[in-house]
Structure formats: C-alpha cells, structure tokens
Design a binder for this molecule. Sequence first.
Ligand SMILES: NC(=O)c1ccc[n+]([C@@H]2O[C@H](COP(=O)([O-])OP(=O)(O)OC[C@H]3O[C@@H](n4cnc5c(N)ncnc54)[C@H](OP(=O)(O)O)[C@@H]3O)[C@@H](O)[C@H]2O)c1
Length: 163
Amino acid sequence: MICSHIVAVSKNGVIGIDNRLPWKMPRDVAYFNRITKGHCVIMGRKNYEANKKALPDRTNIVISGNMNYHLEDSIVVHSIDEALNRARQSGEKEAFIVGGGEIYKQTRKIVDRIYITVIDTVVKGDTLYPLPDFSKWRILSEIPMQKDENHPFNYTYYILLKP
Ligand SMILES: NC(=O)c1ccc[n+]([C@@H]2O[C@H](COP(=O)([O-])OP(=O)(O)OC[C@H]3O[C@@H](n4cnc5c(N)ncnc54)[C@H](OP(=O)(O)O)[C@@H]3O)[C@@H](O)[C@H]2O)c1
C-alpha cells in the first residue's frame, strides 16, 4: 500500500490556525476531494472535529488516544499503526494521511508521496508542516496556479515521490 500525505501549506510552513485552515482556496479543496475520493483518509481527532463530519465517499479513519471516543460515520483507531493496518486490510492501494499537524509530523518518515499545495503567502498560524527539502524528492508534477477573485494567492500543486 502506498502511503501519501496531502497538504496545503504557506511559504512559512503554516497549515492551520485555531483548528481551521488559514485561507479559503476552493479550487484546492476541490483538488483535495478529487485526489482522495474513493480512498481511505487517515486523520487526527482534531482535524475530524474541524470538519465536523466524515469526508464523503471515502473511508474515514480517525485517530484518538481516547478509548471512549466513538463516531457514527468513521472508524476510530488509537494509533498510527492501527490506522494504516485498517487501511491495508480493506485492500486500499493508496491511503491518504490528511492531517492535521500532529498526524503529519508522526508519519513524515514513512510516506511514499506528498501531494503538497504551496500557497504563495506568509501567514500566522499555530499548526505547522515544515516544507520538505525538494532536492530529496523526485518532483512528479508541478502545476502553478494564478490567484483570482476567489483565490487571494498564487499557489502551486506539487506531487513529490520518494526517490
Ligand atoms: N492545510 C492543510 O492541508 C491541513 C490539513 C489538515 C488539517 N489542517 C489543520 O491542522 C490543524 C489540526 O491539527 P492538530 O495538529 O491540531 O491536530 P490533529 O493532528 O488533527 O489531531 C490531534 C489529535 O489526534 C490524536 N492523536 C495524535 N497522535 C496520536 C497517536 N499517536 N495516537 C493516538 N492519538 C493520536 C489525539 O487525539 P485525542 O486528543 O482525542 O487523544 C490528538 O489530540 C487545524 O488547524 C486544521 O485546520 C490543515
């Protein structure tokens, strides 16, 4: 099973503030949905609660240390390994780790791919995803996007593969 991160990050490595995204970039949300649809998505409890419900048309696997935490619409597990095993057992070919910061940090060393949207801005935030060293990854694709009336910043979609 391939294990991937998918993340949107500012130039200074910010991904969140007050348990929400620091920007509104609807085309990036649509891209996220297109890439992850039909797959297992693995997330931290805080990320789940920020969304308030499971992401549709995906198997949602939520990680919490709380043994009494239950969700109607998602599988709850209690470790990263358990999350990955549940995805593997379901026959998944590519599982997506969709954040937030704590979960990305703990899985940084094991991912095979990173779908990273770099947003051309510097913002304040409380949750970080340090930008990867691009020289240590193979850049499969790089698609620059222009700002417009609905997207306040330029941004670039990259897909990075472990060499
Ligand atoms: N820009 C992006 O692409 C992007 C994507 C996703 C999220 N975000 C942002 O990221 C922020 C949320 O991230 P976060 O770091 O605060 O929280 P998080 O990673 O979503 O969730 C943290 C929680 O996950 C559980 N957890 C973490 N590691 C665990 C482990 N090894 N075993 C068991 N449980 C574990 C714990 O839940 P319990 O407390 O229940 O034990 C912990 O409190 C929000 O601002 C969100 O908007 C940004």
